[in-house]
Design a protein around this ligand. Structure first.
Ligand SMILES: Cc1cc2nc3c(=O)[nH]c(=O)nc-3n(C[C@H](O)[C@H](O)[C@H](O)COP(=O)(O)O)c2cc1C
Length: 368
């Protein structure tokens, strides 16, 4: 695929500020779990080189793979990196330094897998909002198979602990040199489990109404913001679909969007990252895109859109529409580590080859 020579791509290359951090352009690498850390969750040299290549390729912002924040129930996959202790934090330093050295910024995605875990070396059981198993099956590319186990419902005390553990992990990320953190509130992981009506049948302040179901994500964002101070970027990722239930829609549609994006913006985030299969398509029949609602109800917080934006034309159109301020690119970035430079210089783009993630999703193509 080559970029249409008549497409004006200038908008992609406008600088933008998220919180206190200035980005050279509006193109980010989407968070992608590659399960390539040491078994104890420390980042490797290979990972440092993997991330550095995106920075060299012109992405202004890299969002790391989902990283677990605690030594309890948050790990989702074997060989996933963590930020749960000082050793793991120290191992991220060279990653950050190499990315900064190549001129990009890097934000760590903090991810608590909750009931959607398929590999946790700290625990054998799983937790979630309620004793309801995620739909669908575990992912083979992350060594999973078969249905998810039914989790144990978290207690009020455990909810308080999760909020505190996210905050401590964010502080560790800040101290390791990261430019920010992204709270993973999407794709069926713990915070999205709380948001999801069929996963959350709690009768306390964290269940029932949409306002109650988004409470945990909003409290995590607010606590992280308080912990790290104003100069460190705090973002949040939101989706309807889940890793194992990708057609799920918010039952309250636009009303839900108003409550959810409103609560997250109120929590003091610097950006909202929406992800859908196709970012520019309606979030539900007769509706607008999810990014549109994030913009409409997010109180002016910058919106990053994700999903199928590897096509430069679609990415530019979305920015032009005003629904999104930035785009993040996943699979097309794996196929084109220098996507921003390739597009700007009108060099051809490779199609993503799913074989790259087979038989496992680990990094295989990095030369040290
Ligand atoms: C290998 C792989 C791993 C992923 N891991 C994560 C993750 O850790 N956190 C997350 O929020 N999304 C994750 N995603 C979803 C991507 O961030 C993105 O939403 C998805 O690939 C759609 O965007 P795209 O069409 O640009 O690829 C992953 C996607 C892929 C392909």
């Amino acid at each position: 695929m080559s970029t249409d020579p008549n497409l004006n791509t200038d908008l992609l290359y406008q600088p933008i500020t998220l919180g206190a951090v200035r980005l050279d352009n509006r193109i980010a690498v989407a968070p992608m779990t590659r399960t390539s850390a040491h078994p104890d969750g420390r980042a490797t040299d290979e990972m440092a080189r993997y991330y550095e290549r995106f920075a060299e390729g012109g992405f202004a912002l890299l969002i790391t793979e989902g990283t677990y924040p605690d030594e309890a129930w948050s790990q989702g996959y074997l060989d996933q990196p963590g930020i749960a202790n000082d050793e793991q934090a120290a191992a991220w330093r060279p990653v950050v330094e190499r990315v900064h050295g190549a001129g990009a910024r890097i934000v760590m995605q903090l991810m608590h897998a909750g009931a959607q875990t398929q590999g946790n070396r700290f625990k054998t059981d799983t937790v979630g909002p309620s004793a309801v198993a995620p739909r669908g099956e575990q992912l083979g590319i992350y060594r999973g198979s078969g249905p998810f186990p039914t989790p144990r419902a978290m207690s009020a005390q455990e909810i308080r602990e999760v909020i505190a553990l996210f905050s401590r992990a964010a502080e560790r990320a800040r101290d390791a040199g990261f430019d920010g953190v992204e709270v993973h509130g999407a794709n069926g992981y713990l915070l999205d489990q709380f948001l999801t009506d069929y996963m959350n049948v709690r009768t306390d302040d964290y269940g029932g109404s949409t306002g109650n179901r988004v409470r945990l994500a909003a409290e995590v964002c607010a606590a992280v913001r308080r912990a790290v101070g104003p100069d460190f970027v705090v973002g949040v990722r939101v989706s309807q679909g889940k890793v194992s239930d990708y057609t799920y829609k918010w039952a309250g549609r636009e009303d839900d969007a108003r409550i959810i994006f409103g609560a997250l913006a109120q929590a003091g985030v610097d950006y909202i990252h929406t992800t859908e299969h196709h970012a520019s398509e309606p979030a539900w029949e007769g509706g607008q895109s999810l990014a549109h609602y994030a913009k409409q109800f997010g109180g002016g917080v910058p919106v990053m859109a994700n999903g199928g934006l590897g096509s430069p034309k679609i990415a530019v159109r979305l920015l032009e529409s005003g629904c999104a301020d930035l785009v993040s690119i996943g699979k097309s970035a794996l196929a084109n580590r220098a996507w921003p430079k390739q597009v700007r210089e009108r060099r051809p783009l490779e199609n993503f080859d799913a074989q790259l993630l087979q038989p496992l999703a680990n990094v295989k193509d990095v030369e040290l």
